[in-house]
Design a protein around this ligand. Structure first.
Ligand code: HEC
Length: 617
C-alpha cells in the first residue's frame, strides 16, 4: 500500500487495541532481573503495528488480539501462522509481546483457575454482611482514604505486633507481579494479581472459595458491597482491570453480574481501586499512552484520564469527568505522515476520596502528554458527587508535559520539549478531620512535598512543605511520594522512598520523625515508597527490597520486620516468591496482616507472586 493509505489507516487505527500489562521478570527465581519492561510494547510497535493497526486483509485488529490469551498469541508467533513475520525475534521477545498484548504472563490462563487448586474450602457458607465485622474493604479502608484501621477492627495491638508470624502464603499461578492490594471482608480475602484472575480466599486458612478469570492485570484493591436487582446475589466484589473494564462479581461465588468498559481507548486502564458510596461506584481511569507515545509510528496523543461514576447495581454510567477537558484534535502531520493530536494526558492513578459533607469526590491527577498542560493536571480535582461537575482544582506542578520513549532514536515529533519532569499525583488525597474539628485534605508529590487543602474553603492551600528534610527543587530527588499515605490523630505518614517513612503533623505538615531502616549486612537498604498502613500505635511500611516493617507511631522506632523477598511454600502448592513491596501496602483486619509481595511493573523492580498472611499464635 502507498504511504498515504498507510497514514490514513494508522490514524483510523487509533481506536484499536494495544495493552498495558508490562511484565519484566519471569517468575522463576533464576530469571529474575531480566530487563525489558518496554520490550513487549516496542516489539509491537516495530514488528506488529504495521499490519495489526491497519486493515491488512485478514489481519485481526490489535483490539481483537488483545482479547486473546497470551498462550494463543505466543503459539501463533512461535509455531503458528505468524512465524513467517517474526523472523529474528528471540523467544523472550515473542513472550513479551504476547504478554504485552494480552495483559498477563504466558502460562497464566492455563493454571490460574481455582478449580485446579488443592486448597479448596470445604464449604462456602453464606457471606455475612461485609459492613459488619472486621474488614479492610478497598484501597484506603474508608471513603476518606485514611488507611487507618480502628483498634476493634484491627484486632491487633502494638504490644502484639512483635509476635506476628507467617500463617499462610498463597501463590498467584504464573504471576510475576503481586501488587493488587488484598481486601478483607466477611472473614474472606479478595485479591487480584497480574495473571488475569481474581480470587476469594478464607482469611484464617487461605483455602480458596473461587476464582474469576477477568483476563488481565488487577493492580488495585477490590471493594465488597451490597448489590440489588441481580438475582440471588446480595454482595458484589467490584474492581477494575488493565483493559479499563469494571466488574461486579457475586462475592459469594465469583459469578459475573455485570461488566462495563469505562473507556474504549486502546491504552486506557484502571490501576487504582474503585470507591463505592450510596449505590454509586467511582472509577479512576488511567492510561499507558504516557509510556508508548514517544514512538514515531504512533499517532500521539489521544488518551485522557477520567473519573467515571457508575450505578453499582447495573454498571450503567452516570457521569464521566475528564481531567483534560477538551477533546483531542489533529494539530500536525509528521514527515512520515503520522498525524499528531492534542490535548491529552491527565491519567488518574489513585482511588477517589468521598466527602459526604461537601457532596464531593476528590482525586489526584497525572501529568499532561501534550503542551500546554491544563490547570487540572498534576494536582487535585474536586467534583460534584451527583454530576461530576468541577468544583475546584489545585495544581501542584505547572508545565509538566511528559511521555516515555522520548530518549530513543525512534522518537517522534510528539515528544515534548522539555520532557517532564513527570510529576503525576499518584496518591489518593486523604480527608482528615482534625481533633479541633477542622478538616484538611492531604496529598503527597513526587518532589517529596506534602500539601494540605481546605475542603471547606474551595481547596484553599493550608500548608505545603517538603517531607524530605531539604527544600523541594521541583524535580524528583531521593525523596518522592508516589503511592499514598496514612493518617491517625497525631500524624500523617508517607513513604518518602530514599528518605524513609516520614511522620508529619496533619494540621501543618511539620516533620516529627523519620524511620530509615539499616541496610542489611552485605545488602542494600530498600526504598520505602509503598503506601503505609496504620493501626493505633503502629505504622506498617513495605520496602523495595521486600522488607515489611512495623514501627511505633509515636517515634518511628522499629517493632517488627519480615523479609518477604524469599521463596514460600504455599497453600495452593504454587511455586511462589516475594519481591519488592513498592506500591500497595499491608492491610490489617481481625487480628491479621495481609500483604502482596512482588512488583515488576517498572524496570529494575523485583517481581513476585505471593500473598502473605500474618497472625499471632
Ligand atoms: C505482514 C503483516 C503481519 C505482521 C508483521 C504481523 N501479523 Fe499477525 N497476522 C497477520 C495476518 C494477515 C493475520 C491473519 C491470518 C493468519 O492468521 O495468518 C494475522 C494473525 C495474527 C494472529 C491471530 C492468529 C490466530 O491464531 O488466530 C495473532 C495473534 C497475530 N497475528 C499476532 C501478531 C504479532 C504479535 C505480530 C508482531 C510480533 C504480528 N502478528 C505481525 C499479519 C501480520
Amino acid at each position: 500500500m502507498n504511504r498515504n493509505q498507510h497514514v490514513l489507516t494508522v490514524v483510523t487505527a487509533a481506536g484499536f487495541g494495544i495493552l498495558v500489562w508490562i511484565g519484566t521478570v519471569h517468575p522463576q527465581a533464576g530469571q529474575r532481573g531480566i530487563p525489558g519492561t518496554e520490550s513487549g510494547l516496542a516489539t509491537f510497535q516495530t514488528r506488529c503495528s504495521v499490519c495489526h493497526n491497519n486493515p491488512v486483509p485478514g489481519a485481526p485488529p490489535a483490539s481483537a488480539i488483545r482479547e486473546m490469551t497470551p498462550e494463543r498469541i505466543y503459539d501463533s508467533l512461535a509455531t503458528g501462522s505468524m512465524q513467517k513475520y517474526v523472523e529474528g525475534l528471540s523467544d523472550i521477545q515473542k513472550r513479551r509481546v504476547a504478554e504485552f498484548m494480552s495483559g498477563r504472563p504466558v502460562g497464566s490462563a492455563k493454571v490460574g483457575d481455582a478449580k485446579n487448586m488443592p486448597n479448596q474450602c470445604r464449604n462456602n457458607a453464606a457471606l455475612p454482611n461485609p459492613a459488619n465485622g472486621a474488614a479492610w474493604n478497598g484501597w484506603g479502608v474508608d471513603i476518606a482514604n485514611t488507611r487507618f484501621q480502628q483498634a476493634q477492627a484491627a484486632g491487633l495491638t502494638a504490644a502484639q505486633v512483635p509476635r506476628l508470624k507467617l500463617k499462610w502464603a498463597f501463590g498467584y499461578p504464573a504471576g510475576e507481579s503481586a501488587n493488587g492490594q488484598p481486601t478483607v471482608a466477611g472473614g474472606r480475602v479478595f485479591a487480584g494479581g497480574d495473571n488475569g484472575f481474581v480470587y476469594s480466599l478464607d482469611a484464617a486458612t487461605g483455602c480458596v472459595y473461587w476464582s474469576f478469570e477477568n483476563g488481565s492485570i488487577v493492580r488495585n484493591a477490590l471493594t465488597i458491597g451490597p448489590i440489588t436487582g441481580q438475582g440471588s446475589a446480595r454482595y458484589a466484589a467490584y474492581f477494575g482491570d488493565g483493559q479499563a473494564n469494571v466488574f461486579a462479581l457475586d462475592a459469594q461465588n465469583g459469578r459475573l453480574l455485570w461488566k462495563t468498559k469505562v473507556d474504549p481507548h486502546f491504552v486506557a486502564r484502571i490501576t487504582a481501586g474503585v470507591k463505592l458510596y450510596n449505590g454509586k461506584l467511582f472509577v479512576p481511569v488511567s492510561s499507558s499512552e504516557e509510556f508508548s507515545s514517544g514512538h514515531r509510528d504512533y499517532p500521539c496523543c489521544t488518551s485522557r484520564g477520567s473519573v467515571v461514576a457508575l450505578d453499582a447495581n447495573t454498571g450503567k454510567q452516570i457521569w464521566k469527568t475528564w481531567v483534560v477537558p477538551d477533546e483531542p484534535k489533529p494539530y500536525k502531520t509528521q514527515s512520515n505522515g503520522v498525524i499528531l493530536y492534542k490535548p491529552a494526558g491527565g491519567a488518574v492513578w489513585n482511588s477517589p476520596t468521598i466527602d459526604p459533607v461537601r457532596n464531593a469526590v476528590y482525586f489526584g491527577t497525572g501529568d499532561a502528554t501534550t503542551a500546554p498542560s491544563p490547570r487540572t493536571t498534576d494536582g487535585v480535582m474536586a467534583v460534584n458527587i451527583n454530576t461530576g461537575e468541577l468544583l475546584w482544582s489545585y495544581q501542584a506542578h505547572e508545565n509538566d508535559v511528559f511521555m516515555g520513549g522520548c530518549t530513543l532514536p525512534t522518537r517522534g515529533d510528539a515528544c515534548p520539549s522539555p520532557n517532564g519532569p513527570d510529576l503525576d499525583i499518584g496518591n489518593s488525597p486523604i480527608l482528615k478531620t482534625l481533633p479541633n474539628g477542622k478538616r484538611v485534605l492531604i496529598t503527597g508529590t513526587k518532589t517529596g512535598e506534602v500539601f494540605g487543602l481546605d475542603p471547606d474553603n474551595n481547596g484553599a492551600l493550608v500548608f505545603r512543605v517538603s517531607a524530605t528534610g531539604v527544600p523541594a527543587t521541583g524535580a524528583r530527588g531521593a525523596g518522592s511520594i508516589v503511592w499514598g499515605g496514612a493518617v491517625d490523630d497525631r500524624h500523617v505518614y508517607y513513604g518518602v522512598s530514599g528518605i524513609g517513612l516520614t511522620a508529619l503533623r496533619p494540621a501543618s505538615g511539620e516533620r516529627v520523625w523519620v524511620f530509615t531502616p539499616p541496610a542489611p549486612a552485605g545488602g542494600r537498604g530498600g526504598l520505602l515508597g509503598a503506601a503505609p498502613t496504620a493501626i493505633p500505635g503502629v505504622v506498617f511500611e513495605g520496602a523495595s527490597n521486600g522488607m515489611l516493617y512495623a514501627v511505633s507511631a509515636a517515634d518511628g522506632k522499629q517493632l517488627w520486620e519480615f523479609n518477604t523477598a524469599q521463596e514460600f511454600e504455599t497453600v495452593n502448592k504454587v511455586p511462589a516468591h516475594g519481591g519488592a513491596i513498592t506500591s500497595t501496602g499491608a492491610v490489617i483486619a481481625g487480628g491479621m496482616v495481609f500483604v502482596g509481595s512482588g512488583y515488576a511493573i517498572s524496570n529494575g523492580a523485583s517481581g513476585g507472586n505471593v500473598l502473605l498472611a500474618f497472625g499471632i499464635d
